[in-house]
Design a protein around this ligand. Structure first.
Ligand SMILES: Cc1cc2nc3c(=O)[nH]c(=O)nc-3n(C[C@H](O)[C@H](O)[C@H](O)COP(=O)(O)OP(=O)(O)OC[C@H]3O[C@@H](n4cnc5c(N)ncnc54)[C@H](O)[C@@H]3O)c2cc1C
Ligand SMILES: NC(=O)c1ccc[n+]([C@@H]2O[C@H](COP(=O)([O-])OP(=O)(O)OC[C@H]3O[C@@H](n4cnc5c(N)ncnc54)[C@H](O)[C@@H]3O)[C@@H](O)[C@H]2O)c1
Length: 461
């Protein structure tokens, strides 16, 4: 049977673009890709990139305050959201152009259109036309979810933040995950009166508990009004686009904006998968095997739509592995076991491997933990503390986890991730010479065990 293309990719985000480019340029496949919004997907257009630029923008007031302590006659002035936004828009347009150019160079045909599946080898475009392909890759990403009760009440999500006409004077952020906690720091840093509601006991569920507590203390000290064990009880739109909210703890206030960062769901609705007999998971994710293949052999899926680990580098690796497997003749899969990641809260959180809680459930561990006031902020008179933590298997001496709460910890954790992926032991860390004076030197100079857990009978895998 002959097809129009060897591969049709649905979705021009991190996973889809990588898969399309590698399949076409390295393996000579005839590839088409459909994108319904803007090339680059969530990461480039409304995720990692604009978010990180907002993190940078929000860091200047504290940098200027530090500058004063260092002897500079420095004053911050006011923040011009419109000026920032036009720079931001121009940068995103530039990056979008680079993505398009990359696809073009690789010889990928691009359809600026929504695409759905008509059958196991046929894609239907928004204008009704149909295109056939030997393989179809679904890389449609995810979308923010607002709790049903509060939809249509004027709340915003991370998709809307980058398109705001003006900076709100006050904001309520609902949620305790990556997005809520990052944006609480961003808005607070930009001078917006920021309240965060999280219904659970501590933000950033699933991460190391000591690190979560440390971040939340620092966020509060920086001025975020973080209310734990708190959710929205009642909500009403008010004049001038404001919103009145009553919390489950009896507090009520009117906010200029309410942002829901209450999770994301895979973009699998309306793709036509049901009709093909492809059953979705409970959260709408497309189930795949380790090679990203669905139960229909010609259809694969990568990235957030599969809800494995919803991070850009993961989507890219999955997309690349797909191309190597299907067109490169090298069966390859991405192992999701050890994922270094950073949460761009203020202070930043870099983390890789097991939390203290997960590690001690699996066997005996030694914990090395140090909280201290780093030189840079100490001199500036700030009280903020950094946290460096290593979780070590008591039997093998292998470092199982590393958790850093400090400025630039995302940069540090990238390198700690290399050592841990290589199976480094605490002794390997210890015999590495310190780089002085840095914060990271603490990672190779912690000699005293802070805590030990478990009997000495078992060892970690
Ligand atoms: C606010 C925010 C901040 C983030 N920050 C980080 C970070 O700092 N670091 C990190 O690693 N990750 C971060 N992420 C997560 C990261 O953005 C995602 O994990 C990553 O973009 C997933 O890539 P993907 O290819 O699966 O999907 P996406 O990048 O979402 O791409 C999917 C594309 O498919 C298109 N599409 C959907 N349906 C169709 C259809 N039927 N037809 C045609 N096109 C379609 C969409 O328009 C979209 O462009 C962040 C996410 C958000 C929301
Ligand atoms: N720095 C990064 O790498 C980065 C940054 C942003 C996002 N991401 C990725 O995007 C994913 C999604 O981020 P997210 O923060 O939207 O999701 P999340 O799942 O991490 O957090 C959602 C939060 O909303 C809360 N919540 C859910 N339903 C609620 C309800 N009905 N009422 C009140 N609270 C509710 C949850 O308890 C949780 O705290 C992340 O898991 C991550 O993989 C990564």
């Amino acid at each position: 049977m002959s097809f129009d293309y060897d591969l049709f990719v649905i979705g021009g985000g991190s996973g889809g673009v990588r898969a399309a480019r590698i399949s076409a340029s390295e393996y000579g496949a005839k590839v088409a890709l459909a994108e319904e919004y803007r090339m680059g997907g969530t990461c480039v257009i409304r995720g990692c990139v604009p978010k990180k630029l907002m993190v940078f923008a929000s860091g200047f007031p504290s940098a200027v305050a530090d500058a004063q302590a260092y002897g500079w006659d420095a004053h911050i002035g006011t923040f011009d959201w419109q000026a920032f936004r036009s720079q931001l828009d121009a940068e995103l347009t530039r990056l979008e152009g680079l993505y398009r150019a990359g696809l073009d160079r690789a010889g990928v045909t691009v359809f600026d259109s929504r695409a759905t599946l008509a059958d196991a080898h046929t894609v239907q475009l928004a204008d009704g036309s149909k295109v056939t392909a030997r393989h179809i890759l679904i890389a449609t990403g995810g979308t923010p979810v607002v709790p049903e009760k509060w939809r249509d009440m004027g709340g915003i999500t991370s998709n809307d933040v980058f398109l705001m006409d003006r900076l709100p004077e006050s904001i309520l952020i609902v949620g305790g995950g990556y997005i809520a906690s990052e944006f609480a720091g961003i808005f607070n840093g930009l001078g917006v009166k920021t309240t965060q509601f999280y219904r659970g006991a501590q933000i950033l569920r699933g991460f190391d508990e000591e690190a979560r507590g440390h971040i939340s203390d620092e966020m509060c000290a920086n001025g975020v009004d973080l209310r734990l064990g708190t959710d929205i009880l009642e909500m009403e739109p008010r004049e001038g686009g404001k919103t009145w909210v009553k919390s489950t703890t009896g507090h009520d206030a009117t906010y200029d904006a309410v942002m829901f960062a209450t999770g994301r769901k895979p973009n699998s609705d309306g793709l036509g998968l049901d009709a093909l007999g492809l059953k979705l998971g409970k959260g709408g994710e497309i189930p795949v095997d380790k090679f990203s293949q669905t139960t229909i052999p010609s259809i694969y899926a990568v990235g957030d739509v599969t809800d494995r680990a919803n991070l850009t580098p993961v989507a890219i690796r999955e997309g690349h592995a797909f191309a190597d497997t299907v067109f490169g003749g090298k069966p390859t899969y991405f192992d999701h076991a050890l994922i270094p990641t950073a949460v761009f809260t203020q202070p930043e959180f870099g983390t890789v491997g097991l939390s203290e809680e997960d590690a001690r459930d699996q066997g005996p561990v030694k914990v090395f933990s140090a909280a201290f006031r780093p030189m840079h902020s100490l001199f500036a008179g700030r009280q903020s503390r950094a946290l460096m933590k290593l979780i070590v298997c008591a039997q093998s001496d292998k470092v199982l986890g590393c958790h850093i709460v400090a400025d630039h910890s995302g940069e540090m954790i990238q390198l700690a991730g290399v050592a841990i992926a290589m199976g480094a032991t605490k002794a390997d860390f210890d015999r590495t010479l310190a780089v002085h004076p840095t914060m990271a030197e603490e990672l190779v100079t912690m000699r005293t065990i802070t805590r030990s857990w478990g009997d000495q009978g078992m060892s970690h895998k």
